[in-house]
Design a protein around this ligand. Sequence first.
Ligand code: FAD
Ligand code: NAI
Length: 475
Amino acid sequence: MSKQFDVVVIGGGPGGYVAAIRAAQLGFNVACIDEWKNAKGGPALGGTCTNIGCIPSKALLQSSEHYEHAGHAFADHGIKVEGLDIDVAKMLARKDNVVKQNNDGIVYLFKKNKVAFFHGRGSFVKTSEAGYEIKVAGATEESITGKHIIVATGSNARPLPGAPFDEENILSNDGALRVGAVPKKLALIGSGVIGLEMGSVWRRLGSEVTVLEALPTFLGAVDEQIAKEAKKAFDKQGLKINLGVNVGEVKSGKNGVSIAYTDSKGEAQKLDVDKLIVSIGRIPNTIGLNPEAVGLQLDERGAIVVDDECKTSLPNVWAIGDVVRGPMLAHKAEEEGVAVAERIAGQHGHVNFNTIPWVIYTSPEIAWVGQTEQQLKASGRAYKAGTFPFLANGRARALGDTTGMVKFLADAATDEILGVHMVGPMVSELISEAVVAMEFKASAEDIARICHAHPSLSEATKEAALAVDKRTLNF
Ligand code: FAD
Ligand code: NAI
């Protein structure tokens, strides 16, 4: 006998678990199925984000930043550190504990909201009068039926053709978060978000890091001026970023990994390293979902086809997050989850794709929302730009971190904010103000006229908004 639910969510990552909670808040009888296993084989809710993505990477970024500060920045403050050392096992254990706190938090939230949790793999069986029958294959096998199904099965790391992940020498983001000792030499293929974040972690801890990137431009999706400023900082830190390379044969052996590649001048090169992290993007995950059983349509990339409202090719089947089109970001997945739950309830859930913020948690951090200067130029839209450097911000000077700037792009005629781009200290937090402003269709002058606390990094945001009208006060 199949257990009946109003809404069955397949996948308990940030998209799925948030969708389940919102659907339960709206009064539905909800089940969430997730197959992730912790080291003991038990459930570990939270998906890629919690287990091998956002959360553990930020824990290691924090630990490695403390280490780097103790080794370099503290001396400027007159703080002497002798015998500085790193206990990698302890750092990894702390990271695992942070992950566990997040896993446990979601279990608590499911209980609080009365979401029924099933640990195992969910796959489509058939349609029935009551909805869609889903098999859950876990420690035991169960059958559940949902009137509505929300698929939130996420994504997996894309392997380099001919060099599969062994998580020993050739690492995905999973293995990259579990390296037991600081590798002397580390290579990363792909200088995207994971490449820069994980490269930063291991460089700070002492690895000699080389990044091999196929494209000739650095961070092509980022505003050019901001990307250039960030690259300058990474070069200074000693992160060796090689652009325009063509990676050839990758051989993994007892002594590490050997990578043959052609550099941007067309010359053949060889790089021998202890470990290689491959971070060349992610692929939507429908492994084991059995979409064929019900005729659920996928595109040529393997993503589930959805419209703007996350409706799939089947009635009452929805899909959200990394398994569908759009940026692969946890907060994008969450917003889609909330919107779908509300649409199922007959409400008008909405996701504004123009105001989804991006953050790269390197040092300096990079954050942006809206359009870049190169996009505005390409579209022919008349705009005004204003920038303000952290060098002229009192709080940044006191922190001892004056790298970078805030940049505003506003419509030339109406002054409406079209994009805000930042590189510098704590810009992951500063970007929220820009997101709020854009959601409310604010002008640059609106931000310029708002009182910002002194001394604070947020004053750089106000000053950059003033710069749009060429009237900065402190630069
Ligand atoms: P996922 O988080 O992938 O969750 C899918 C879940 O579904 C998994 O638990 C999986 O086991 C389960 N599942 C799959 N198939 C089945 C099935 N058939 N039955 C049952 N369960 C199933 N994004 C940010 O916004 N900020 C960051 O700082 C950030 N850092 C990242 C760092 C790294 C190293 C990586 C790899 C990613 C990072 N991301 C970040 C991206 C973010 O992790 C993803 O965008 C987000 O996890 C997508 O959420 P999701 O719910 O769509 O899928
Ligand atoms: P990415 O798409 O950010 O970057 C991949 C890079 O690899 C690109 O620059 C691409 O040109 C390059 N590349 C592709 N094939 C290559 C090849 N054969 N040789 C050399 N270079 C090659 O992908 P990444 O870093 O794997 O991350 C995946 C996604 O995870 C991100 O796009 C993002 O959505 C998410 N993420 C988000 C984070 C955040 O929000 N802070 C942190 C980490 C990941």
